[in-house]
Design a protein around this ligand. Structure first.
Ligand SMILES: Cc1ncc(COP(=O)(O)O)c(C=O)c1O
Length: 457
């Protein structure tokens, strides 16, 4: 790869179009997106590029640092700067290797319960009205059927989530909700604040959209208000993405006081909150979500994936009025609408009480799994919560993190490295995430956890 191939032809730096370092980063970002630059390509040295472009070495250094923050490139000590693999190792879903009875503690999926009879009944019910079915086969407005939104809003209200149907949009799961919110809130080069350890899905999305991530310190309650305030002052962020209930991966639940403090800081600095409440319905007595207190400064993102079934691919978001239309247009640009068959099926499950029944099964199964976790690993440095699909385990310093994960794999136990949960360029924590909901059965979970315990011991 030579410099002239990608820089000289297309790059025209202009003093009037913002800082040069940022223009340079935008340009490289476009080349990566267009596939002109490929993972593993080496960038020119700072000096060579500076000479070529007649800018200072400091400008190039700053630009490379900016690209690193956006997750576009990585600096390797003594070797130079390289275009990064855009796909995060371990984020892409891998099928479970059933042939060697793998214990999969990798993915935050609901426990394997047989929902088929319940779904069958709901589908039959949905099929009773031919008129309704015919209607569902037509194009709809991006917001989805009004009665479907009302049904979900009513169901959420009974569970302490106060969202107005007129502010709701259906999404294809919470992941899609986060994507929509990012599309509308951030452009390439903008900063999004995230919890110090964050959901890999938001990290991967930010990388794809070239949004810079800045981590905010946390404690047992999640985000720390002082650190949030410092980050707002320092980085002038567009928004903050956070998971106040059963944070992924740390399991933290913010108490009410902390929620008030976090909202106050965000209001003060004009920072929009993207509240990911995907796990919010799992606790038996969850605290009210942030959106209840400040619906005009929170984009609330929820989903039926964890409490009902991820295969439904039905999520929803509730947005401040001023953003609603932009979000609906973004949704229409992407896929026109969410299939009314799926939202209709979901509503059948909510209306009939089947959804509540499934959630109770999930909670009962998780109670058992939580007990096993406490019995086997409770004496180690581990964070967990009742009804939480995952837990966050510290690995003793004697172990190198990667070696520990490999040792688990050799024992047919899949876990996720702490490395997956930090923004590009941040140090990997000496932790692993264990999705205790993942193994097919409770005995399989127990065996997997015992193998981990033996390795640590
Ligand atoms: C914090 C968080 N947000 C979003 C998602 C994705 O949810 P969905 O399946 O609804 O897209 C997950 C899945 O594990 C998650 O942990």
């Amino acid at each position: 790869m030579t410099i002239d191939k990608y820089v000289l032809e297309a790059l025209s730096l202009s003093r009037s179009e913002g800082p040069i370092y940022r223009q340079l980063a935008d340009h490289f970002g476009q080349l990566v997106q267009q596939g002109v630059l490929k993972p593993g390509d080496k960038l020119p040295t700072h000096r060579a590029l500076a000479d070529e472009l007649q800018v200072t070495v400091g400008t190039v250094t700053r630009s490379y640092a900016e690209m690193e923050k956006r997750g576009l490139v990585e600096a390797r000590v003594g070797a130079g700067t390289f275009v990064k693999q855009s796909e995060r190792q371990g984020w892409f879903l891998q099928p479970v290797r059933t042939e060697n009875h793998e214990c999969n503690l990798g993915y935050n999926i609901p426990p394997a319960l047989d929902r088929s009879a319940t779904i069958q009944e709901a589908l039959q019910q949905l099929a009773t009205s031919r008129e309704q079915l015919g209607h569902m086969m037509l194009y709809q407005k991006a917001e989805g059927f009004d009665q479907h939104r009302q049904c979900v809003a009513d169901w959420l209200k009974q569970r302490g989530v106060a969202v107005d149907a007129s502010r709701m949009l259906f999404t294809s799961g919470a992941q899609h909700g986060v994507q929509l919110a990012l599309t509308v809130m951030c452009r390439a080069g903008d900063t999004l604040l995230v919890e110090k350890y964050a959901y890999p899905g938001v990290i991967s999305l930010a990388q794809q959209q070239q949004v810079k991530l800045e981590p905010v310190e946390m404690d047992d309650q999640g985000l720390l208000p002082q650190s949030l305030e410092a980050a707002c002052k320092r980085h002038n962020p567009r928004a903050i993405y956070c998971t106040p209930t059963l944070q992924n991966p740390t399991t933290a639940i913010m108490n009410s006081e902390r929620r008030v403090q976090i909202l106050a800081v965000c209001r003060k600095y004009g920072v929009m909150v993207l509240e990911d409440d995907v796990n919010g319905l799992l606790p038996t007595n969850p605290p009210p979500p942030l959106v209840n207190s400040d619906p005009d400064n929170v984009i609330y993102i929820g989903s039926l994936s964890k409490c009902l079934a991820p295969g439904l691919r039905v999520g929803f978001l509730s947005a401040p009025k001023r953003l609603y239309r932009r979000l609906a247009i973004a949704l229409q640009n992407q896929s026109w609408m969410i299939s009314p068959v799926l939202t209709g099926l979901s509503c059948e499950l909510l209306r009939s009480g089947a959804a509540d029944q499934i959630l109770q099964w999930v909670q009962a199964d998780m109670r058992l799994r939580y007990q096993i976790l406490q019995q086997v690993l409770g004496s180690f440095d581990i964070r967990s919560q009742p009804n939480c699909f995952h837990s966050w385990l510290r690995i003793p310093d004697e172990w190198q993190l990667n070696k520990f994960i490999r040792a688990c794999h050799q024992q047919a136990v899949t876990v996720k490295s702490g490395e997956l949960f930090v923004p590009p360029g941040c140090k990997a924590p000496q932790y692993i995430r264990l999705a205790i909901s993942g193994p097919e059965s409770v005995p399989q979970l127990e065996q997997g956890l015992e193998k981990i315990r033996d390795l640590i011991s």
